[in-house]
Design a protein around this ligand. Structure first.
Ligand SMILES: [Zn+2]
Length: 389
């Protein structure tokens, strides 16, 4: 025990460890400037998807502008006139458990760590790191009693409820019992999140299990850094601000979060059970509206007159080329004939969301409303057709 105690003392001071962690996470690639810890932790695949290293290869990450999140969830809540907060919370709690679990299975040492209280503290420290580097929030542990209780302060969470779900899921993975939480708003975008071991979790949580999608191989067109393998577009555009827990896309000034690619499917599968399959189609206009806003934020919206011919095609393709960098999938072909456009996307992270993206691009550049339809081939190759409404 003597060893354990001295080791415990050496890792006890959260603030010192946080400072050390922060210094490590600020190391940048000397060639492209990308955060080294990110390029070591995740991989941009050649098929338009992003995956974490050390985790089940089916796990997928998307880099979402927070505007996408707001449109897809808040706007759909408004349209439906109901709150889907509890479904989002339970889905994110289960996804958090599934992600940490798949990490634990790939690295057998993690299951050993989970049995030793002092090492558990290091895992808790790892949870903060994930929150900060994924741009979801700045997070620091204030108190932790293994097996029972944890208290963290969060600054700038992109969504405090989903962050709480991530924390509850992380603790359930670590302690292997259900947890419950309480949020205290301290003002100024600071929150305290307290988690306690609980007897059970809500029944709905059991239904929101995570399904992993099929992916096909491919070849993305963007260039990667020869040293750290990060896409050069990501290195030049995305700025990690660790002390703030934020990632900013400097092209538009919008905040970006790295999150799992499962949340939408899991939440909408549950909503469809209650409201019918049509509810999933709401993702299309929600994403269309965000895309129009995004093109405007980027300063790429045409003035008074519509783009035509080559100009239209160039503007459309310029936006599409960034999609694989954000893990949305890989656009492999663009064919236009008259006012009709066909776009093929491999591995779209969500078929409806990509349909909305294409519809938004068509409408903002051509200044005409359009209909979008699609066919799925080879499970993960989707051919979208757009034509004036
Ligand atoms: Zn690099």
């Amino acid at each position: 025990m003597g060893n354990q105690n001295s080791l415990y003392a050496s890792v006890r001071d959260w603030s010192i460890r946080t400072a050390v962690n922060m210094a490590l996470s600020k190391i940048r690639c000397p060639k492209c400037g990308f955060p080294v810890v990110i390029s070591l932790a995740i991989r941009w695949k050649n098929n338009g998807t992003i995956s974490p290293i050390f985790i089940d290869k089916h796990v997928r990450i998307v880099m979402l502008h927070t505007g996408v999140y707001d449109k897809l969830f808040s706007q759909i809540e408004d349209w439906l006139g109901i709150s889907i907060e509890h479904i989002l919370f339970e889905a994110q709690r289960n996804i958090s458990i599934a992600l940490f679990d798949s990490f634990g299975r790939r690295l057998p040492g993690v299951s050993l760590f989970k049995k030793i209280p002092i090492w558990k503290r290091l895992i808790v420290e790892g949870f903060n790191k994930v929150a900060i580097l994924s741009g979801m929030s700045y997070s620091a542990t204030l108190e932790y009693e293994p097996g029972k209780y944890g208290l963290a302060r969060l600054k700038n969470p992109y969504n405090i409820d989903l962050m709480a779900a991530n924390i509850v899921g992380a603790f359930e993975f670590l302690e292997m019992v259900p947890f419950k939480h309480q949020i205290t708003d301290e003002g100024g975008n600071n929150y305290l999140v307290e988690v306690h071991a609980a007897k059970e979790k809500p029944e709905i949580s059991e239904r929101l299990n995570v399904e992993k999608p099929v992916r096909i191989s491919g070849k993305v067109p963007y260039e990667k850094c020869t040293l750290c393998r990060a896409p050069l577009i990501a290195a030049s555009r995305l700025k990690w601000i660790e002390e703030e827990g934020k990632i900013i896309d400097t092209n538009s000034g919008s905040r970006v979060i790295m999150m799992d690619g499962f949340l939408l499917k899991t939440v909408f599968r549950e909503l469809a059970k209650e409201l019918g399959d049509e509810v999933t189609k709401l993702l299309v206009p929600a994403q269309r509206d965000w895309t129009v806003e995004h093109v405007e934020l980027l300063g790429n919206a045409p003035g008074e007159s519509a783009l035509e011919g080559d100009e239209f095609e160039k503007a459309f393709k310029d936006y599409l080329k960034d999609l694989p960098v954000f893990g949305y999938g890989n656009p492999v072909s663009f064919v236009s004939s008259g006012s009709k456009v066909k776009v093929t996307i491999e591995n779209p992270f969500d078929e409806n969301v990509l349909a909305g993206t294409l519809q938004g691009l068509y409408e903002i550049f051509s200044k005409r409303e359009c209909n979008v339809s699609w066919d799925v081939r080879r499970k993960a190759e989707v051919i979208y057709s757009l034509e004036p409404a």
